[in-house]
Structure formats: structure tokens, C-alpha cells
Design a protein around this ligand. Structure first.
Ligand SMILES: *Cc1c(COP(=O)(O)O)cnc(C)c1O
Length: 415
């Protein structure tokens, strides 16, 4: 066995990791789907659990030697059940996309119809975007937001009545408002559809008690574990007991092979963190911080899509600022502020160069930043966008960003 340290054996990869660590320490991470995991989560991810094959489920494995793996996976399941009040949990999906695909395979036959949110209005690629294989197998149809920026529940209902979808899917990557789960459940019941919520973005806000939880109402709830939930990169499916067998069979052996137990153990550790009282404070501060950004951007004349934010993210339409999303992303990158370009409702440009940017507060809130920092950062973002071609100005902002971040160190233990 190779007994050297990574830094000795493979300086190329070691250096790249160190550079990435500096990038994370020095920049303002405002991509709303990103976060920073704790040291215990990192330790667990790098543990010897990665060595073990454990195809199957707790107590029903194909391989021997799974007694400790079973303890780990059962703990992850029990903690997730406690966190969300779920009847049944599958913690094996490798990420959010495989979790959604497993649900489609569990519940649908080729050609069956799924009603989900339009992509421009905040839906996700895995909800049947034409570039995905799922869109070739199943029939995805759409609902949208209305001109007040809210999910158009009336339109959702009329499309549902007209098309009788097998699944009604609620869950979004760029939508910033509360979701009326009960109303969607009522519509689904009216047309005999299965309800599926994809809470990938807001799982941490739900776990922290700051947004309504769909788990009591919905048949199936999928999530990632690495966004606001602040765990390792991974996925999870929660469902009513009635669907448990079909979901489990679809994940394994239907779609995936051996589960990644180092990852499942890290999920368990992250769920334990989310069950602590201070996680509620964290979730609350994420939203407080996002509201401060909203107030500041509105003062500076920016257009906030969907009217406002109720969660961790803002979708900003830059049309009135005469800057495209791509240009803004590039300028902000130079200023040390990481956001992503994004389509806006009624998009008139292209996906590769859309009209908006999407930004959020989960990662900065993990660093410990609060209202005061949000005000300063909103000012820098505006300054960078206004000076998108002024390299000197952008470097000036970047230097201020680095200074601010020094007050909020991320991983001093990993120096
Ligand atoms: C991020 C996200 C996913 C996909 O998760 P991956 O882990 O990137 O596969 C699915 N659905 C929604 C709503 C998301 O935001």
C-alpha cells in the first residue's frame, strides 16, 4: 500500500486542492446551491467507509461484512425521518438528479405525463428539460408563474384537469417564494395525480423550520443533501410507506449499483447537525440575509423576479441595467463574487447568455456573515456591474472582498 501523504505522492492534485481551498476562502460564494460542510462531515467523507461494497438495504445485503455499514445507513435513515417527519427514507441516491430519475422509473411507464414548473420560471433540468434523456422517455408538461411572480395555481389546475398527469411535481432551483403545498396536493387529488416535491434547494430551510414542509402532505419528496441542508454532495428520497417498495427497487437494483457509504455516513453526520438547535438560527439568518440583499437591490433600482424573496435566493433581471447575465457573472468573477447567470421568466435572450443572475446567502451565512456584511456586499455587486469593463475597479473590489473574508475564516484547521 502507498504510505505517502497526498502532498508527497501527488503534488499536482494536492496543489489543485490547496488552490481551490484558497479560492473558497478568498471569494464570496453566492451561488445559492452551494455551501460549506463542517470538519466532521469532511472527515466522514474521507473515511475508510469508501472501501466497502454494500449492495442492497439494511439487513438485506448481497455481500458479507455489512454489519457496521448497516449501523451507518440506519442512523442516516432514522435521523432523516426525525428531521423531516418522513414515513420512509432512501438515503442511497448518489445525487439529486439520480434521485429524481429513480422516482420517475418507480412510478411511470414510458409516455406517462408529468406536470412540472417551466424552466424559465424556476424549474430544474431534471424536471424534463428537452436536453435530458428523461424528456425522451416521459411526457413533461408545464405550469408557470403569473405576472405577480407567484405560481399560477389556477393555470396549474386547468393544465392538470386537461392533461391528467400521473405526477404533479413541485420544486424549483430559481424560484424565491413560498410554495402552497396543500393547494398543489388538493389539485393533485382532484385529478388523481401522485404528488412529488423536489426540495433540493430549500431542504435546509425546511429542516430549520423556516419554510413549510411538504413531507406531511406529499407522496414523494426528493432532495439533495449538499445545498441549504449543508451536508455532503448527495441525494435522498422520502415517501409515504405505500410507495416505499417501488422507490427502493427503483434506486437499487433498478438504477444504481453499490451505495457510497462514506457519503451516506456523512449525510448522517450532517443530519445530526441539522437536528441541533443552532441549525434553526442558521436557517433563519439565511433568510434574514437574503431579505437585506433584496432591500438593498430594490433601493438601487434592480428588478427582483417573482416580486421578492421568501427563501435563500434572489433572481435578478438585469434588463433595465443594460447588462446581460453573462457579462455580470464575468465582472463579478473578477471582483471575487461568485454568482451564476440565469434565465428569467419570459426570457428574451438565450440560456448561455440570459438576462439575469441568481444569487443566494447559504454559504456566506455559514461563514458567519450577517446583515451588515450583506449591505456592503450588495454595494460591491452594484459597483462591479456598473464597472464591468473597468479592470482596475474590479480588482479594487476583489481586494476588499479578500479582506472581508479574512474576518470569516472557513477552514483554519486545514491550513
Ligand atoms: C440541484 C437540483 C437538482 C439536482 O441535483 P444534483 O445533485 O446536481 O444532481 C435537482 N432538483 C433541483 C430542484 C435542484 O435544485
Amino acid at each position: 500500500m502507498n504510505k505517502q501523504n497526498l502532498s508527497q505522492f501527488d503534488p499536482e492534485i494536492y496543489q489543485a486542492i490547496k488552490h481551490e481551498q484558497s479560492r473558497q476562502e478568498e471569494n464570496l460564494e453566492m451561488i445559492p446551491s452551494e455551501n460549506f460542510v463542517s470538519l466532521p462531515v469532511l472527515q466522514t467523507l474521507g473515511s475508510i467507509l469508501t472501501n466497502k461494497y454494500s449492495e442492497g438495504y439494511v439487513g438485506k445485503r448481497y455481500y458479507g461484512g455489512c454489519e457496521f455499514i448497516d449501523e451507518v445507513e440506519q442512523a442516516a435513515i432514522d435521523r432523516a425521518k426525525k428531521l423531516f417527519g418522513a414515513e420512509h427514507v432512501n438515503v442511497q441516491p448518489l445525487s439529486g438528479a439520480p434521485a429524481n430519475i429513480a422516482v420517475y422509473f418507480a412510478l411511470l411507464k414510458p409516455g406517462d405525463t408529468v406536470l412540472g414548473m417551466d424552466l424559465e420560471h424556476g424549474g430544474h433540468l431534471t424536471h424534463g428539460h428537452p436536453v435530458t434523456y428523461m424528456a425522451k422517455i416521459f411526457n413533461f408538461i408545464r405550469y408557470k408563474t403569473n405576472d405577480k411572480g407567484l405560481i399560477d395555481y389556477d393555470q396549474l389546475r386547468s393544465v392538470a384537469i386537461e392533461n391528467k398527469p400521473k405526477i404533479i411535481l413541485a420544486g424549483y432551483s430559481a424560484y424565491s417564494r413560498h410554495i402552497d403545498w396543500k393547494k398543489i396536493k388538493e389539485i393533485a387529488d382532484e385529478v388523481g395525480a401522485i404528488t412529488m416535491a423536489d426540495i433540493a434547494h430549500i431542504a435546509g430551510l425546511i429542516a430549520g423550520g423556516q419554510m413549510e414542509n411538504p413531507v406531511p402532505y406529499f407522496d414523494i419528496v426528493t432532495t439533495t443533501t449538499h445545498k441549504t441542508l449543508r451536508g455532503p454532495r448527495g441525494g435522498m428520497i422520502m415517501c409515504k410507506e405505500k410507495f416505499a417498495k417501488d422507490i427502493d427497487k427503483a434506486v437499487f437494483p433498478g438504477f444504481q449499483g453499490g451505495p457510497h457509504e462514506n457519503n451516506i455516513a456523512a449525510k448522517a453526520v450532517a443530519f445530526k447537525e441539522a437536528l441541533q438547535p443552532d441549525f434553526k438560527e442558521y436557517a433563519k439568518q439565511i433568510i434574514v440575509n437574503a431579505k437585506v440583499l433584496e432591500t438593498e437591490f430594490k433601493k438601487m433600482g434592480y428588478t427582483i423576479c417573482f416580486g421578492q424573496t421568501d427563501n435563500h435566493l434572489l433572481l435578478i433581471d438585469l434588463t433595465n441595467k443594460n447588462v446581460s447575465g453573462k457579462e455580470a457573472q464575468k465582472a463579478l468573477d473578477k471582483a471575487g463574487i461568485t454568482v451564476n447567470k440565469n434565465m428569467v421568466p419570459g426570457e428574451t435572450r438565450t440560456a448561455m447568455d440570459p438576462s439575469g443572475i441568481r444569487l443566494g446567502t447559504p454559504a456566506l451565512t455559514t461563514r458567519g456573515m450577517k446583515e451588515e456584511e450583506m449591505k456592503i456586499i450588495a454595494g460591491w455587486i452594484d459597483e462591479a456591474i456598473q464597472n464591468k469593463d473597468n479592470e482596475e475597479k474590479l480588482t479594487e473590489i476583489k481586494n476588499k472582498v479578500v479582506e472581508l473574508n479574512k474576518k470569516f475564516p472557513l477552514y483554519p484547521e486545514l491550513e
